[in-house]
Design a binder for this molecule. Structure first.
Ligand code: SAM
Length: 251
């Protein structure tokens, strides 16, 4: 199963670079072997390998397939930049669970020092992790990873979602109840349009959010939600929130 954006012709698909290496050398595919290839955005196809040469694997399209592995709700994980390689974990696991995209952002109590100079390299690596995780999960789409936003930019984006859920441990409650009642309210508000629900799930850094940040998010239209009585690590909170939303969506 490959997700190979921009490699589709009308009747054929070409794998290049790492994908071609994986198909030819790791999976040892040969002419006649079949695989599924998605363009990462809108289409997937059952294809049959026709030739393997010079780092390229050419395959003929046998049948167009419906998109697979995509949840009903579109959830963007807005994650305040965590330290070390935790953002990679959030992207990898979040993609498997069903995130539509990731929005790293800066906030007051971040432990990591944000270095904008490394942005391009980091985005490339994050994109690669999302692609590999989408393939592993047999998803048709590769979740996008946006450039790191400032707090103001993240807050300004809230208005473009059907709902923003701001995870705040001071909200307390039994596991997922805060989130469940918030989802219930959003459902009532959207009615028929619930099927395409577009949600922003906002998670704080290791140091948590400040009261002022929680108030600002609420003023911008976010709903403050708790994820249970226990304090979760930042990367765990993103996964728990996302898994609860996938469960609520029925997918
Ligand atoms: N110090 C730990 C760490 O190093 O990761 C825990 C940090 S916790 C304050 C990080 C973020 O996870 C919070 O800002 C919040 O968004 C989310 N979070 C953790 N536990 C939560 C809970 N029970 N309810 C809601 N959000 C929670």
């Amino acid at each position: 199963y490959f997700v190979a954006p921009d490699q589709f012709g009308e009747h054929s698909v070409m794998l290049t670079g790492d994908d071609a290496h994986h198909a030819a050398r790791v999976m040892r595919m040969e002419p006649g072997d079949e695989m599924i290839v998605s363009d990462g955005v809108a289409r997937a196809a059952l294809v049959s390998v026709s030739s393997i040469a010079q780092g390229e694997v050419q395959a003929q399209i046998k049948e167009w397939l419906p998109m697979s592995g995509e949840p009903a709700w579109s959830v963007t994980v807005a994650q305040s930049l965590p330290k070390g390689d935790k953002m990679e974990l959030v992207i990898q696991k979040g993609t498997e669970i069903g995130a539509a995209s990731f929005m790293p952002f800066q906030s007051e109590r971040m432990i990591v020092q944000y270095d904008g100079k490394k942005e391009a390299k980091r985005l490339e690596r994050w994109g690669k992790i999302a692609k590999e995780a989408a393939e592993q999960a047999h998803r048709s789409r590769i979740p996008g990873v946006e450039p790191v936003r400032t707090w103001r930019e993240m807050i300004a984006s809230i208005a473009s979602y059907d709902a923003a859920l701001f995870c705040y441990e001071k909200e307390g409650g039994a596991a997922g109840t805060g989130l469940r009642s918030a989802v219930g309210e959003i459902r009532n508000r959207l009615g028929e349009e619930e099927g395409q629900m577009k949600i922003l799930l906002v998670v704080g850094p290791e140091g948590g959010f400040t009261e002022r940040e929680a108030a600002e998010a609420e003023a911008a239209g976010a709903v403050i939600v708790g994820l249970g009585k226990r304090i979760l690590r930042t990367e765990t909170a993103a996964m728990v929130g996302l898994a609860c939303l996938m469960y609520e969506s029925g997918e």
